[in-house]
Design a protein around this ligand. Structure first.
Ligand SMILES: [Zn+2]
Length: 616
């Protein structure tokens, strides 16, 4: 039931007629499970960039409807604009946000391409991570010749489309679809109005690096004198070494500094084979990082304006820490940083965990606390407010309504009323969630003061396990009640005709299986709670041992209750193979949980007895 979120960023060849753009975005918003995030039309480019997110299936469906709509209402034969383009829907990348990989997104691109090719008869090319051959990875190469050259290009067997007919579609052109990583637009703010201050640091960070210099007269790199490559003398930009030949410098850069000189020069539009007489270059620290310096009048501050094209390799907080060190070297201060647009949950969550570790704290604390730490540590609210719900994509699901948002006293009263739900299933989940919370509490109270690294690691493992199980169980409190209601809805279906009877029976059987799956997941998660509580009890501060023991008991109550709810629903399920498997799984889980409870309780009780004995 984990969250899966994909972003899709199609570009349409229409940036002036708002009515037409609206028809396209309406088609996207017509798909349930999709959220339209941004519509960015450009009159000069005559092009609109649309951003939407959702679960993978919904996103592909919405993308197809958008492509279909654009092919109907836009006409490439009359299109002009100041941006390269090849089709009515020009590019359509899929981007992983949460719970999906780049490979998953490449598969989504192929699904879209296949459908567009077959149903709309539009030629489709795959690019970047979805490319079918290396030379098609680069978008600029695939789009070369643009719409005007497409008819000829399609005649070339080298440029046979990946999907659809190799036949010119005059009205729609061609679609280019693929997968890429999420692009994070990230600005680092300085305590200075001087753009040059920001530029000097930005050039140190970015992959493209900068013109190499030596003989600096101040902390600013730009105060040095520019270097050039000369016959017999090829200066390294990253140290004081001078190589006799270009090849020797290439080898030096690879061995000593870990970068490819040719790639660096190409990034700077220098032909590596004609380097003599050209400026020498210094490589920057981070790959997948573009950066410049600028001055923002609204903030009265200079900023490093950064684009991170793969935050899994180069994360915002890593770049920020390097910027902070460089600012300090130059007598400057980083006052904060700013996410432009949206950011994937994992990027901010991992930043929060990084800073918690740096601060000697457990990174396995409630998700909102981790995010808050990231916002504080990165100074994300420095020049503009940072609203987590609006800025972060793929936030874990939390209960927004229902039982989990009730006041404790109201919840207990609600359970006591003469209605069948909420009942034992929800209570089992709540018991487990509370048990997990106690285990996390004990582990996090003790960590940082542990006797050894080994004990510290066990406590962190306990906190991680406990937080994950607790979050899952908090959602299960309402899921259990909803699952039961779905079964009741199925029971109320009409049963006038044999067909209706069969449909009702099938829906009821499906409802029953859901009503089994939910408590089964609850029981399994509660067993994880028991493991976390046991770890915390054995390794935590003795003063908190009874809290961990209570967590263990609550976890067992959840396992037991979950299994009881599985068993009572099995009696009405007709699929005997399913029933036998569930029964066997339940028996095994119950035996494991009992053993853990008995051993854990014995350990805890003995520890308590020793404490009492010492007192006497
Ligand atoms: Zn060097």
């Amino acid at each position: 039931m984990s969250l899966r979120v994909v972003e899709c960023v199609p570009n349409f060849s229409e940036g002036r007629d708002m009515a037409k753009i609206k028809v396209i975005t309406d088609a996207i918003e017509g798909v349930a499970g999709v959220r339209l995030l941004d519509v960015d039309p450009g009159a000069d480019t005559n092009r609109t960039v649309v951003t939407f997110v959702g679960d993978p299936d919904s996103v592909v469906e919405a993308a197809f409807r958008a492509v279909e709509t654009a092919s109907r209402i836009l006409d490439m034969t009359t299109h002009h604009g100041a941006h390269p383009r090849m089709g009515a829907t020009d590019v359509c990348p899929f981007v992983p946000v949460e719970g999906v990989t780049l490979a998953d997104c490449a598969e989504l691109a192929r699904r879209l391409g296949k459908r567009v090719g077959e149903e709309l008869e539009i030629p489709v090319y795959l690019y970047e991570q979805a490319a079918s051959r290396p030379e098609r990875q680069n978008l600029a190469v695939v789009r070369k010749g643009e719409y005007e050259g497409l008819e000829e290009k399609l005649k070339d067997p080298q440029w046979a489309p990946d999907f659809g007919p190799a036949r010119f579609n005059a009205k729609a052109g061609a679609l280019i679809t693929g997968a890429r990583e999420f692009l994070i637009a990230y600005n680092v703010t300085l305590n200075s109005r001087d753009k040059a201050h920001a530029t000097d640091i930005a050039f140190e960070l970015r992959e493209k690096g900068r013109v190499a210099r030596r003989g600096q007269t101040s902390a600013f790199y730009s105060s040095g004198k520019e270097l050039r490559y000369a016959e017999g003398c090829f200066p390294c930009g990253n140290c004081g070494f001078d190589a006799p030949t270009f090849e020797a410098l290439e080898a030096h850069c690879r061995q000593e500094h870990g970068y490819e000189l040719r790639h660096l020069l190409e990034l700077n539009d220098v032909d590596p084979d004609r380097a003599v007489g050209q400026k020498a270059y210094k490589a920057g620290i981070f790959t997948h990082c573009k950066a410049i310096g600028w001055y923002v009048d609204t903030y009265k501050r200079a900023q490093l304006s950064i684009n991170l094209t793969n935050y899994k390799v180069t994360a915002p907080h890593t770049v920020l820490e390097a910027a902070r060190r460089m600012a300090a070297d130059r007598g400057l201060v980083v006052t904060g940083s700013e996410i432009v647009g949206l950011v994937p949950f994992q990027a901010i969550y991992q930043a929060g965990q990084f800073y918690l570790r740096q601060q000697g704290k457990s990174p396995f604390i409630p998700v909102p606390d981790v995010l808050e730490n990231a916002v504080f540590s990165m100074g994300l609210a420095d020049v503009a407010p940072f609203e987590t719900e609006k800025k972060v994509l793929g936030l874990p699901k939390v209960a927004e309504k229902g039982l989990m948002t009730m006041v404790c006293a109201d919840f207990v009263d609600e359970v006591s009323r003469d209605t069948p739900a909420p009942g034992g299933g929800s209570i089992a989940a709540l018991a487990g969630a509370l048990g997990g919370a106690l285990a996390s509490m004990v582990a996090n109270l003790t960590q940082g003061k542990a006797k050894s690294q080994e004990v510290e690691n066990k406590l962190l493992a306990s906190a991680e396990l406990a937080q994950r199980a607790k979050d899952q169980l908090m959602l299960a409190v309402d899921e259990d009640t909803n699952a039961f209601n779905a079964y009741m809805d199925a029971r109320r279906l009409p049963q006038g005709t044999p067909a209706e009877k069969a449909a009702r029976e099938a829906a009821m059987q499906q409802g029953l299986k859901t009503a089994v799956d939910v408590p089964w997941s609850t029981a399994a998660a509660c067993f994880e709670v028991m493991k976390a509580a046991d770890l915390a009890m054995r390794n935590g501060n003795p003063a908190s041992i009874t809290d961990a023991m209570q967590g263990l008991q609550m976890g067992f109550a959840g396992v037991r209750g979950g299994i009881w709810n599985v068993v009572i629903n099995l009696k009405d399920i007709t699929d005997e193979v399913y029933n036998e498997k569930m029964k066997a799984d339940c028996a095994k889980l119950l035996a494991d949980a009992r053993a853990l409870l008995d051993e854990g309780t014995a350990f805890g009780d003995q520890a308590l007895e020793r404490m009492l004995a010492r007192k006497q």
